[in-house]
Design a protein around this ligand. Structure first.
Ligand code: SAH
Length: 224
């Protein structure tokens, strides 16, 4: 296992992290559990060291391969929306592991998390980092999330962190009845909106629209 500087210093210290959480709170995040967990996750370890001094700014940042680590406020907002349902979150799926920051936040709040990433080097880095940080309830998979992760379905909740132009049907099918999915939907460079999908019965779901967001596209082709 690697030695990781979880505590940080200066721009990566707990004080800097606390300031970011205060900012997110000011922006309207109310869920105390979300704020508590985000205070603990060392975001500076989820990106290249060269960018670590910016890790507690409320912005998305590049993580290579044309992908980004999501903006902290959006991570908080999507997590809050996921937790809003009454059902227990024992088995949850994330599509789009990326840096694994969102996965780590979810890992502190749900019993078991499966997360899938289609880009091999991102998958490997995420898997190793989560292991080294001691997360044993997060299972990282290298796969095209268009098909969700059938092996462990159905899920109490699903979070998608890349934007498809329409919701993949197989993801709805992997939700338990009563389960919810948080997903940004819309065209690349166009208007994307954060949606909450609630599966009400075998063949029915409802969709609630929330704020507009900017996400990298959800890709539906396997990389080699
Ligand atoms: N949750 C991430 C956000 C990363 S950006 C974080 O906290 O850092 C979105 C990620 O979704 C990228 O890594 C991208 O490769 C991945 N992605 C896009 N389409 C995908 C698909 N069909 N299946 C799996 N992963 C996908």
């Amino acid at each position: 296992m690697r030695e990781l500087d979880v505590q940080g210093i200066g721009m990566t210290s707990q004080r800097t992290r606390d300031r970011l959480i205060d900012k997110i709170k000011q922006l309207g995040i109310k869920d105390q559990n979300v704020l508590r967990v985000m205070r603990l996750v060392p975001r500076h370890l989820f990106m290249d060291e060269a960018l670590a001094s910016r890790s507690y700014e409320n912005t998305s940042l590049p993580i290579g391969h044309g992908q980004t680590i999501s903006q902290p406020y959006i991570v908080a907002r999507m997590t809050e929306l996921l937790l809003e349902g009454d059902n227990k979150l024992d088995n949850v799926l994330e599509v789009g592991t990326g840096s694994a920051y969102q996965a780590a936040v979810l890992g502190g709040l749900v019993k078991k998390l499966h997360t899938v990433e289609r880009i091999l080097p991102l998958y490997r880095t995420a898997r190793d980092l989560l292991y080294d940080l001691g997360y044993r309830n997060i299972h990282v998979h290298h796969a095209d999330g268009t098909w969700g992760w059938q092996e462990s379905a159905p899920y109490d909740a699903i979070m998608v962190t890349a934007a498809p132009d329409k919701i993949p049907k197989s993801l709805i099918e992997q939700l338990k009845i009563g389960g919810r999915m948080v997903i940004p939907v819309g065209k690349k460079n166009g208007e994307q909106v954060l949606q909450v999908v609630i599966r009400q019965s075998e063949n029915d779901h409802i969709i609630d629209n929330h704020e507009s967001v900017v996400f990298v596209p959800f890709l539906q082709k396997e990389t080699k």
